[in-house]
Design a protein around this ligand. Structure first.
Ligand code: NAI
Length: 297
């Protein structure tokens, strides 16, 4: 059986938004020195402060000792530039869901890290084969797809592109398991497993809404209470972020040669156009800013 990366190995996380911060928290809690980088410098400090506060709260709830919480918080370090990530054993990318942006980043990164450094992408839907295609060593790239919120959700999809070395996918799998997750192996197909299966869940809910069949709160309540889902489709999209969710639908739609089953919703496009991205912007299908005003008219 393949071994996980030893906890003494440095893990770098690029992108310190919702997912990157969660992944950095998991790696630090597992004992790794963690370096966090983001194109927006201010996002890094905010993420590290947030993760440290979470560790303190976990200690207050008795889920970890105060010493362990402090030590985990101290293992997080802000990277001033990509150059700072030079000694990393594993880099997990969690930047914007855009193929060109990811390819550009990995090409730059490959000039900095050692040849034995494993590169992982948290992409929700983009082909791991395509992301890796521009690399000098595409065999070292695998998908390491966490779910939101990463510290809470057990599943991690470990995605192999056509060029991914099996040994690399096995180390990523073993490392996710060592971090307390429940990994699964999957091949690089559009949306992988969960985001493929989940597309109709969002699409049909958005169609119901545009046909004015029922309000988001009604549809969410039905899916939770009668359907047994933990979250209804609208509250889930508000949590994921409409920019991210819309980009995933577009990516799956394009990858399947515009199969109408995956047609992106104009109603969701409008939310993205308006900057109503969900929880992260304070407004989506619901209000998340304490206001009583309707979220969407
Ligand atoms: P986010 O918008 O919260 O954070 C993205 C961060 O990346 C931002 O802080 C941004 O400043 C930074 N960034 C953008 N371009 C960059 C670059 N070139 N170099 C360095 N930093 C850059 O996004 P979120 O939700 O954390 O998603 C990140 C990735 O994770 C995307 O690929 C997304 O599809 C994927 N993902 C998202 C999930 C979700 O539910 N939101 C779930 C699973 C995966």
């Amino acid at each position: 059986m393949t071994n996980a990366l030893p906890s003494s190995c440095t893990v770098a996380v690029i992108g310190s938004g919702a997912m990157g911060a969660g992944i950095a928290q998991i790696a630090a809690a597992a004992g790794h020195p963690v370096k966090l980088f983001d194109a927006r410098t201010e996002a890094i400090g905010k993420a590290i402060a947030g993760i440290r506060a979470t560790f303190v709260k976990l200690a207050e709830k008795g889920k970890m000792s105060a010493d362990a919480a402090h030590a985990a918080g101290e293992r997080l370090q802000a990277a001033d530039s990509l150059q700072d990530l030079a000694g990393s054993a594993l880099v997990v990318e969690a930047i914007v869901e855009n193929l060109d942006a990811k390819r550009t980043l990995f090409a730059e990164l490959e000039r900095i890290v050692g040849d034995d450094c494993i590169l992982a992408t948290n992409t929700s839907s983009i082909s791991v084969t395509s992301i890796g295609a521009g690399l000098r060593l595409p065999s070292r790239l695998a998908g390491m797809h966490f779910f939101n919120p990463a510290p809470v959700m057990a599943l991690v999809e470990v995605i192999s592109g056509l060029a991914t070395d099996k040994a690399v996918a096995d180390i990523v799998y073993a490392t996710a398991a060592a971090w307390g997750k429940s990994p699964v192996h999957a091949k690089s197909t559009p949306g992988f497993i969960v985001n493929r299966v989940a597309r109709p869940y969002y699409a049909e809910a958005l169609r119901l809404l545009t046909e004015r069949a029922a309000e988001p709160a009604t549809i969410d309540a039905v899916m939770r209470e009668a359907g047994g889902f933990r979250m209804g489709p609208f509250e889930l999209m508000d949590m994921i972020g409409h920019d991210v969710n819309f980009a995933v639908t577009q990516s799956v739609f394009n990858a399947y040669y515009n199969d109408p089953r995956f047609t992106p919703s104009l109603a969701q496009q409008e939310l993205v156009n308006a900057g109503f991205l969900g929880r992260k912007s304070g407004r989506g299908f619901y209000r998340h800013d304490g206001s009583d005003a309707p979220a969407v008219g």
